[in-house]
Design a protein around this ligand. Structure first.
Ligand code: H2U
Ligand code: ZN
Length: 341
């Protein structure tokens, strides 16, 4: 019997984190009689009096949102990180502890309560991209890491349907970013090449994991994807941080973000839940030149609008495992029809 990656269990290594993933393609056809949650209904009111993110409304801390147009950024009223936290006493080997300072912000994508990222106009998504870049530059000057992310959908723990994301800046480099910093630096040192630059070239040539591509960006289901329809959005230009993106590259980013998220929505005919996060060279990087700015989309859905992938059991105690191959996930995302506007 000769090995086939489409039929036989095998492991793939995530080059960004160094962690291995078990791929078991033959399991994809197993019956499912487990949890089936109802697909969350999409809101249709453009303004909700009870929404703490709508323009003009009062938030839980008593502050009133301005009558904003476009994006609106404010300091999180329940910030997980604060700039002036006192430092704990370090040094007990049995109770390791370290200080954590930073700043947390919320970013509203639009005053329109009813929209999601794929439904925003190109101009509105471009304004969001500009906000991300501005926040990254501003907070990056003060903190080691700026983590920009969006939890979309109730399934991903999002607290409000109003389109929004978050930014957590920290004076330390968090674990995931530190892993990527280490792996990219090691690749650069060993091969003299930027890891994601090579990934872009290899994926363009291979084609089978491509989802969307334009002049400045590439969206793939990565070789090592953990989540069924996980994608990696990579800058094709040698850019290590968001604030360094030029205007044409930002326009192209807005375009590919809309196309990628519309593919997600079209896949199961539902507003597709995901957790999305940007990664870029942190302050104090081992080797900033080894970096390439990129975003991860980690969606939980597996086989329909209601059947999700659980990261439990083997995934929790041993190693992440997936059933459908990244190649078949990419083919399905490429195959859906989306508007061309
Ligand atoms: P989600 O991205 O998980 O929906 O979180 C929204 C954030 O909004 C959450 O971190 C903040 C919460 O602390 N928030 C405010 O800052 N003010 C409010 O009035 C409510 C929610
Ligand atoms: Zn709202």
């Amino acid at each position: 019997m000769t090995f086939s990656p489409h039929d036989h269990p095998h492991r793939r290594r995530n080059l960004l984190t160094g962690r291995w993933i078990l791929v078991s393609p033959h399991r994809a056809g197993r019956p499912w009689q487990g949890e089936t949650d109802d697909a969350a209904p999409s809101p249709n009111a453009r303004y909700e009096a009870g929404c703490y993110l709508c323009a003009g409304n009062v938030r839980s801390n008593g502050e009133r949102n301005p009558d904003y147009v476009g994006t609106f950024v404010f300091d999180n009223d329940f910030a997980a990180l604060m700039p002036d936290t006192p430092a704990p006493q370090e040094g007990d080997p049995h109770f390791p502890i370290a200080s954590a300072r930073g700043s947390a912000r919320v970013i509203c994508y639009s005053p329109d309560h009813s929209l999601t990222l794929p439904q925003l106009s190109h101009g509105a998504v471009k304004a969001l991209v500009d906000s991300w870049c501005q926040e990254s530059g501003e907070l990056g000057a003060r903190f080691a890491n700026v983590q920009i992310f969006e939890n979309k959908g109730a399934m991903m723990g999002c607290s409000s349907p109003h389109p929004h994301g978050q930014i957590w800046a920290s004076d330390f480099v968090p674990t995931e970013v530190a892993d990527e910093d280490r792996e990219q630096a090691a690749w650069h040192a060993e091969r003299g090449q930027v890891l994601l630059a090579e990934v872009v070239e290899r994926e363009l040539a291979a084609g089978e994991r491509l989802v969307e591509v334009n002049d400045h960006w590439l969206a793939i289901v990565p070789w090592w994807a953990s989540w069924p329809f996980e994608t990696l959005l990579i800058a094709r230009d040698p850019v290590i941080r968001l604030e360094a993106l030029g205007d044409p590259v930002r326009e192209a980013l807005a375009a590919i973000l809309r196309r990628l998220t519309r593919r997600y929505d079209a896949l199961f005919g539902v507003s597709f839940p995901y957790s999305m996060g940007w990664h870029q060279a942190p302050g104090g990087s081992i080797d900033p030149a080894a970096w390439r700015v990129h975003a991860h989309f980690n969606p939980p859905l597996l086989r329909s609008a209601i059947v999700r992938k659980f990261m439990v059991g083997f995934e929790m105690f041993a190693e992440v495992q997936r059933d459908i191959t990244p190649e078949s996930a990419a083919a399905r995302l490429r195959g859906v029809l989306i508007d061309d506007d």
